[in-house]
Design a protein around this ligand. Structure first.
Ligand code: RP5
Length: 165
């Protein structure tokens, strides 16, 4: 995992397994592009429950403003983190082998009322969008980041050709 601790990280990208990194690195990549300091960690709801509790309960005091949580299968990680922090939690359903991520999606998106998880698309597009959305949230109180976000979106628009080649 190339992105580890960055000074003053505002976004925590956590994932249930090393195997999720292939997907979650897309969130890190877009945050890198937008100049948002972030930190990536493996926190498994099932295999490292104590690490999960410790992370979730200290995320706010550690200075994080947004948490991006990716997991696959019976994906409890985003919901469990959301239950222990008031920070916004963005959930990324990682594509699973058996059910192609439908299991991940449903287990992340179907939160009972009261504890929200902002759920993105299955797989890499969801991870990318989680990164952009985290930046959008931070940009509401960061004018310089808002300008970088606007430029990023404009570049995407400019890259679309008028006609197919
Ligand atoms: C989940 O189980 C992880 O988020 C991962 O998506 C899935 C499989 O994990 P590994 O068996 O590859 O470690 O907890």
């Amino acid at each position: 995992m190339s992105e580890s601790a960055q000074v003053g990280a505002q976004v925590a990208i956590i994932m249930g397994s090393q195997s999720d990194w292939e997907t979650m690195k897309n969130a890190a990549a877009v945050l890198e592009k937008l100049g948002v300091a972030h930190e990536c960690r493996i926190v498994s709801a099932h295999r490292t429950p104590d690490r999960l509790v410790d992370f979730a309960k200290t995320a706010h005091t550690a200075g994080f403003k947004v948490v991006i949580a990716g997991a696959g299968g019976a994906a409890h990680l985003p919901g469990m983190v959301a239950s222990m922090t008031h920070l916004p939690v963005l959930g990324v359903p990682v594509e699973s082998k058996a059910l192609k991520g439908m299991d991940s999606l449903l287990s992340i998106v179907q939160m009972p009322g009261g504890i929200p998880v902002g759920t993105l698309a299955i797989g890499a597009p969801g991870a990318t969008n989680a990164g952009i959305l985290a930046a959008s949230i931070l940009a509401t109180t960061d004018a310089a980041l808002a300008q970088r976000l606007i430029a990023f979106r404009q570049a995407q628009t400019d890259a679309v050709a008028e006609r197919p080649q």
